[in-house]
Design a protein around this ligand. Structure first.
Ligand code: RB5
Length: 152
C-alpha cells in the first residue's frame, strides 16, 4: 500500500520517525515534505498529501503539524478527503471504522513518536464498518457537492 506523508516544521520530527516505521512495516512511503526544521506553512503540505490521496496516487495519507489542527483543516478542503485528527487509540480506531478516514492527522507537539506509531497501527488495522456509517459518509460527500439540503 502506498501512503503519502507530509508535515510542516512542527510535525517534521514526527514525520521522520513514522517514515522509517512505515517502511519497516512494508508500506511504500511517498514523502511530500517538508524536509527540514525550517519554518514553512502547513496548508502547503496538507494540500499536497490531500491531492495525492484524492487523485489515487496514494491510498492513504498521514499529515502532521504542531497540533495537527491546521494541517487537517487544510486537507479537508480537498474534495474526497476525510482527514481525522487523532490523539488516542480510540479515535484512531473510530476514524477507520466510523469515518472511513483516508488521511490521519497528528500533532508533533502533542504526541510522542511512539504514540504516533501506535495510532497509525490501529488506524491501518481497522476497516470501515459501512451500514449507518456509510449513510453519514455519503452525506459528507453531499456537502462537498452543495447538495445536502436537497436530501435532508
Ligand atoms: C506552527 O508553529 C504551528 O502553528 C503549526 O504547526 C500547527 O500547529 C497549526 O495548526
Amino acid at each position: 500500500m502506498k501512503i503519502a506523508i507530509g508535515a510542516d516544521h512542527g510535525g517534521f520530527s514526527l514525520k521522520e520517525a513514522i517514515k522509517d516505521f512505515l517502511s519497516r512495516e512494508g508500506y511504500e512511503v511517498i514523502d511530500l515534505g517538508t524536509y527540514s526544521e525550517e519554518s514553512v506553512d502547513y496548508p502547503d503540505f496538507g494540500y499536497k498529501v490531500a491531492v495525492a490521496v484524492a487523485n489515487g496516487e496514494a491510498e492513504k495519507g498521514i499529515i502532521m503539524c504542531g497540533t495537527g489542527i491546521g494541517i487537517s483543516i487544510s486537507a479537508n478542503k480537498v474534495k474526497g478527503v476525510r482527514a481525522a485528527l487523532v490523539t488516542n487509540e480510540y479515535m484512531a480506531e473510530m476514524a477507520a471504522k466510523h469515518n472511513d478516514a483516508n488521511i490521519l492527522a497528528m500533532g508533533g507537539r502533542v504526541i510522542t513518536p511512539e504514540i504516533g506509531k501506535r495510532l497509525i497501527k490501529v488506524w491501518l488495522s481497522n476497516s470501515f464498518e459501512g451500514g449507518r456509517h456509510q449513510r453519514r459518509v455519503n452525506k459528507i460527500s453531499l456537502i462537498e457537492e452543495g447538495k445536502l439540503e436537497e436530501r435532508s
